[in-house]
Ligand binder design. Structure first.
Ligand SMILES: C[S@@+](CC[C@H](N)C(=O)[O-])C[C@H]1O[C@@H](n2cnc3c(N)ncnc32)[C@H](O)[C@@H]1O
Length: 340
């Protein structure tokens, strides 16, 4: 999935840095897992992974894919191919009432509602698939792995029919071509011969004291843009909790998912707490030279906690990372690495 600050273009660099320490590193904590690309990369390279993110849909994506070694069998459900079944589901074939369809009611334009995130047909399809998955779980027809697998498949499919430029902070005022495609669930590729991977959905402050590993990989937000507002529609599809929403974009409340890494006042203390709480031997931080903390500030913090002479700062040309032109002066993607 396209994800703000996603590291799919930086995996080789991340892997290279870690490979310098391979003998000592067998397990990795991906504490801000986002799209899950880094967790999947480490699992694929035989590391054991503990992943985590404060956003529920992010947890769902990894819990339903990278945490699994093979596709679930859906024995109890008695439907041979649930993905195909869900792709062919129509509201008329169900007893779902249109009034229950939250995404249709709130995020596609009809009657009084003007929000243009989805074409009506796709919004209804998202709703009936999501409601059906929940019912299967409530009726004990699917187990936890099967539940998250199907949710991850649904969440992965939604951006392909969303009327946005990449994030859900706003919808477009005209219909983008992709919105005319019918929402289609696709079987995900799973990693069958990798390390073990488990995932959490917690604030890092709460989780880190309770877990341990060889390496902490920390890819926090870099600037004051909170993540949840940019992904609120995916979060609501994942939770399907009929939230109170407000404003032009229909934003859900996210006071418990605000990140201290996005505040000028909180960011330094947030880094310190993270480093102090981490029960690991090595710490690797992704950041850039335009983040809320300057390179000098973050370097100084890392050095405070680093074993003498273990600190390294790797800088990667942003153009190479993002494959696009950039402002003169150059944004540099950075990897801070040290032994704690
Ligand atoms: C830069 S993104 C990570 C991108 C990820 N490495 C990838 O490749 O997709 C930062 C992530 O940190 C999460 N986050 C921010 N503050 C957090 C906190 N206090 N605890 C846990 N996750 C947090 C955000 O939800 C977001 O997904």
């Amino acid at each position: 999935m396209r994800f703000i600050g996603g590291k799919s273009n930086l995996l080789t660099e991340i892997g290279k840095v870690v490979s310098n320490y391979t003998d000592n590193v067998h397990s990795v904590i991906d504490i801000f897992s986002g799209s899950g690309a880094v967790s999947a990369y480490f699992k694929n390279n035989q590391y054991n992974v503990i992943g985590n993110d404060i956003m529920y849909f992010s947890y769902v994506l990894s819990r339903g894919t990278t945490a699994l070694d093979k596709a679930p069998t859906f024995e109890k459900l008695g439907i041979n191919n649930p993905i195909e079944y869900l792709n062919n589901l129509h509201i008329e074939d169900t007893d779902i009432d249109i009034s229950e369809c939250f995404i249709y009611q709130q995020y596609s334009p009809h009657d009084e509602n003007n929000r243009m995130y989805f074409q009506n047909e796709n919004a209804i399809k998202i709703d009936i698939i999501r409601i059906t998955i929940e019912r299967w779980k409530e009726q004990n027809l699917i187990n936890e792995e099967e539940y998250f697998y199907l949710l991850a498949v649904l969440i992965s499919a939604v951006p392909y029919v969303s009327n946005i430029t990449g994030v859900y902070g706003a919808y477009l005022k005209h219909w983008d071509n992709r919105t005319y495609h019918e929402l289609t669930l696709k079987k995900p590729n799973l990693i069958s011969h990798g390390g073990k991977a488990i995932f959490f959905n917690e604030n890092c402050d709460k989780l880190l004291p309770n877990i341990a590993g060889d390496l902490l990989y920390a890819d926090p937000p870099y600037n004051s843009r909170q993540y949840l507002p940019n992904y609120h529609v995916l979060e609501t599809i994942a939770l399907y909790d009929y939230p109170q929403i407000h404003g032009i974009t229909g934003m859900r409340d996210y006071k418990n998912q605000r990140s201290e890494f996005c505040t000028v006042r909180g960011v330094e203390a947030a880094f310190r707490r993270m480093i102090e709480n981490a029960k690991v031997r090595y710490i690797m931080i992704s950041y850039n030279n335009e983040g809320l903390l300057s390179t000098q500030q973050l370097t100084a913090i890392c050095k405070e906690y680093a074993v003498k002479n273990s600190f390294q700062l790797y800088e990667i040309d942003y153009r190479r990372y993002n494959n696009v032109g950039t402002t003169p002066g150059g944004v540099t993607e950075q990897i801070y690495f040290f032994q704690k």
